[in-house]
Design a protein around this ligand. Sequence first.
Ligand code: BTN
Length: 240
Amino acid sequence: MLGSKIVSFQTLASTNTYLKDNYRNFTHGTIVTCVHQTEGKGRFNRKWFAGEDLLLSILIKENLKLTEIPQLGLVCAAAVYETLKKYVSDLIIKWPNDILVRGKKLAGILLESVIGENRLNCLIIGIGINVNTVNYPKELAHKSTSLKLQTGNSYVIDELQKKLIENINVFYLEFKLDNHRYIDICIMNSGLIGKDVVFNNFSSVKKGKVLAILRNGNILIEADGIATEYNYGEITLSEY
Ligand code: BTN
């Protein structure tokens, strides 16, 4: 079970970095958490700002097909969505795994794989949920939000964490049994289908329209009259 061992710290540079450096010492499913994170990492080498938030990383040490790696990001996005929807309405899962509310980011997921000689040594899934933070640096204030900013209430991070881990276990088990309910949740709540977007997959940047989130977890984008499927990249919506 994921989280049958939870290793908690007061302060870490990054829960993902800690697991990357120490994965050999831990078994599959270990979760690392911390209260303060000083060098949190986001996707595409961005920094992840954290105040009083939920910060954890999960160690996956099972044999995975390469196509399953981004799918596990969606599994976790569905679990984060299901956990947070009880507290706040109008949530969106912005492909691949950002959770937004009213155009602002409430949670993010960072997948990092450690590759050995022709094999995946482990996958680390880092999840950050903005919970009780109310002050964001100027450059983030227009695009980040927290549960507290949305609802006016404070939350007990340990309780949220417990619910999140329960949900991740449900979706992870379903995934392993070929039940793809997670993708239904990601599709139904994507908020992207039919929207004009800018798509950046770091080899090219294109303006296009999102046609679909596919059941394999990829996104289908039409640009210059051609529909192309991607498993990696970043979407920018003009209205966000
Ligand atoms: C993103 O949206 O860019 C992903 C953000 C992921 C942040 C979490 S916080 C816990 C874990 N440790 C990190 O350094 N990053 C992830």
